[in-house]
Ligand binder design. Sequence first.
Ligand code: F6P
Length: 365
Amino acid sequence: MATKRIRSIAVMTGGGDCPGLNAVIRAVVKTAINKHKLDVWGIQDGYLGLIEHRIDRLDYNDVSNILTLGGTILGTSNIANPFRYAYKTGRGLQYKDVSNDCIQALQEREIDALVCIGGDGTMATAAAFAKKGLTVMGVPKTIDNDLYGTDVTFGFDTAVTTATEAIDKVHTTASSHHRVMIVEVMGRYAGWIALHAGVAGGADVILIPEIPYELPKICDYVLARSNRGKRFSIICAAEGAKPKGGSMVVSHRVASSPDPIRLGGIGNKLAADISDKTGLDCRAVVLGHVQRGGTPTPYDRTLATNFGNTAMELLMKGVKNHLVVLKDGQFTSISLRQVAGRTKTVPANSGLVRAAKAVGTSFGV
Ligand code: F6P
């Protein structure tokens, strides 16, 4: 069957915001308008705007001068799932499937394809729309770098840069006060940010979910440093770090979100535990959403531009229901079906883990 020619596309950003979103939007819209002469629409606030039919035309000027801007000019949301849309009633939260209504809203505007810029939650919903006949193309976003199928997601490099700068700054106060400073970084169930920022910032201990830690090992390590005259230690802990046989620290739950669990608190827990066991003065710094903000690094700007451009070129070639990926240096794509429900975590024997161990970094084991 011949593929229908695409004349009009919509673009949306879903999930948590991330440096480089605007660079992707710019690349998608400019490629669509300049090269392929398409009509372009923007959906406000991710799937929430699609559910609420907040869909507006985008033109060249709307995406001019946004390359370096953090956040997303379209807005985003990580609490709306069209296939299980939560709404409040007198009996609490109820759920309904509004996906057909979303597809109709796109059809009424004669939109032929949807470019979904997002992480695993956004891609799972995009895959469900694809199953219903919508033409979609995914672009891999997340500071967590945990999206399956791509070597890297845009936003990760900026988050690592921010976290590394924080570790660098904490070094001076740690050494002046002879303290153990714990820097808690984001990353959900994957330790990519902690591993990369920890290595780049010269952390003495790196704790990631993939390598559950043993508290006595961490205590022995920082005490041994202290006994050697190194009167401070820096620990970079992923928010998902957990003790062997124990669980991650949950900060709170967002009932209406497709993934309701929000992690956070491991930094303060470690500070209390290590201080208790060693008598050393410990402090925790939680970087939180600072890691999602600010202008994207040059690497993220170029990656985002390549991803956005590749998404449009593939769509125009008839590729659909795929996620654009960077694999072994090549911009290509894989089926959304392969991505859905999978997470890319740090392999315990990864090259960077081995290199960190070789320079004396402890993983608390
Ligand atoms: O997925 C990006 C991320 O920043 C995670 O690292 C973090 O666990 C989560 O989102 C925080 O979500 P929220 O913005 O809802 O607090």
